[in-house]
Each structure stands twice: as C-alpha cells, then as structure tokens.
Design a protein around this ligand. Structure first.
Ligand code: HEC
Length: 200
C-alpha cells in the first residue's frame, strides 16, 4: 500500500469516527455546558473571518444625526437591551442563560460600522443573535449602528432621557413604521399580561 492510500484510509477513518461520535449523542448541546477552549477558539475565529469577509464592501451612510441616534436608541431599548444591557443595567434573566453570552454593548467595541451593521442585519448562527434584517430596513439598522457609537458615553440618566424622548415623541411607535406591514409593531420587550386568576 502506498503512502497516499494510507493517508486516504486514515482520513476516511477519522471522518467516520468523528461522525460516529457526533451522531452517538455524546456531544452535549446544552447551553449550560460550555465549549472546550479549542472549540470556542475555532468557532470565534471562523465567525470573525466570516464577518470580515462579508462586511468589507458595505458603504457607510452619514451617521450621527441626533434624530437618527434617537431612533436607534429606541430600537435598542426595545430589541437589544435585554440581551446586551444598557447603562445602569447589570444583568437580565434572558442574558444570564444564553451561551455564548451576549457581549455588553455599553462597552466600546472594536468592530467597524460595516461589521456592526452586517451582524445586526444578518444575525449569528447558533448564538441567539437574531437577524434583524428580516423585520427592519437598512435605515433602521444604520440608526442602531449610529446609536451604538454613542452608547459607551451615556450615563444611565442620559440613556433614559434619550430613550424616553423618542418614545414620548412617537406614538404609535416610530419603530412600527419600519416593520413589515403585517406586523403590529414590536413586543420583544413586553411581558405577557397575566390576567386575574379564573375561579375553578
Ligand atoms: C436573544 C438575545 C439577543 C438579542 C435580543 C440581541 N442580540 Fe446581539 N448578540 C447576541 C449574542 C448571543 C451575541 C454573541 C454571539 C457570539 O458570541 O458570537 C450577539 C452579538 C452581537 C454583536 C456582536 C458584538 C461583538 O462584539 O462581537 C452585535 C453588534 C449585536 N449582537 C448587536 C445587537 C443589536 C443591535 C440588537 C438589537 C437590535 C441585538 N444584538 C439583539 C444575542 C442577542
């Protein structure tokens, strides 16, 4: 047997063993069972390369107009803060159970605006990060990107003021205009209303 045949046989055997292990059920998909360090490294490296390869060609529109930032703030408070936190919010029940853990976006990020836009629009597979492009147009997503640049500078009071100002201005919700026509606006942050208990 020549070297090539031995190498091919070794490759086939390792793929078969790998598949066997995966399909046997031994791999734990539980969100409370962290990846091995090597698996995490591989997944993060693949994610970073994938985003960089796709985001590079995106053209950045003008960012930073106060109205745009206020629209972004309102989207953020309604759709993102439960996972990514906000000034003055340390944790949330939703965030604590997620794996991978959503980064705290109050901390400054080293992502480019194009990368941030791409992630928000397309989401990230197998992480819990939704693809907001399914329900929001590009202008809304750029408004969120503009707001995210501002977020690390905001005190809890300034955050509440910017979020409150936009919500008070826009009834019904500014946000609903950017949704698909068949959606009634967002209720991502709303808790189900529990009515009075019915008698037996
Ligand atoms: C259900 C929870 C959840 C919600 C809601 C959510 N995200 Fe995420 N997001 C995640 C998770 C989890 C990650 C981390 C994925 C990873 O580690 O690869 C993430 C990653 C990101 C990242 C990449 C950050 C980095 O430094 O790598 C950005 C930017 C982001 N989200 C923005 C948003 C915005 C903006 C919203 C609201 C429009 C939002 N997310 C809503 C769970 C969420």
């Amino acid at each position: 047997m020549n070297v090539l045949k031995i190498a091919a046989l070794a490759l086939i055997t390792s793929v078969a063993v790998g598949l066997g292990i995966l399909l046997s059920g031994v791999f734990n998909v539980a969100a409370d069972d962290p990846h091995w360090a090597a698996t995490r490294w591989l997944l993060e490296a693949a994610r970073d390369r994938s985003i960089a390869a796709r985001a590079g060609g995106i053209t950045i529109p003008p960012l930073g107009d106060p109205t745009q930032i206020a629209i972004g703030a309102e989207h953020y408070s309604q759709m993102c803060a439960k996972c990514h936190l906000a000034p003055g919010t340390e944790s949330s029940e939703l965030r604590r159970g997620l794996y991978p853990q959503p980064p705290n976006l109050v901390d400054a990020s080293d992502l480019s605006p194009q990368e941030t836009f791409w992630i928000i629009k397309h989401g990230l597979k197998m992480t819990g990060m939704p693809a907001w492009g399914a329900t929001h147009d590009d202008d809304s997503i750029w408004a969120i990107v503009a707001f995210l640049h501002k977020l690390p500078e905001l005190s809890p009071e300034a955050y509440r003021a910017i979020v409150g100002a936009q919500s008070a201005d826009a009834h019904p919700h500014q946000h609903a205009q950017h949704h698909d026509a068949n959606e009634a606006g967002h209720d991502e942050g709303a808790l189900p209303k529990i009515g009075p208990a019915k008698g037996p």
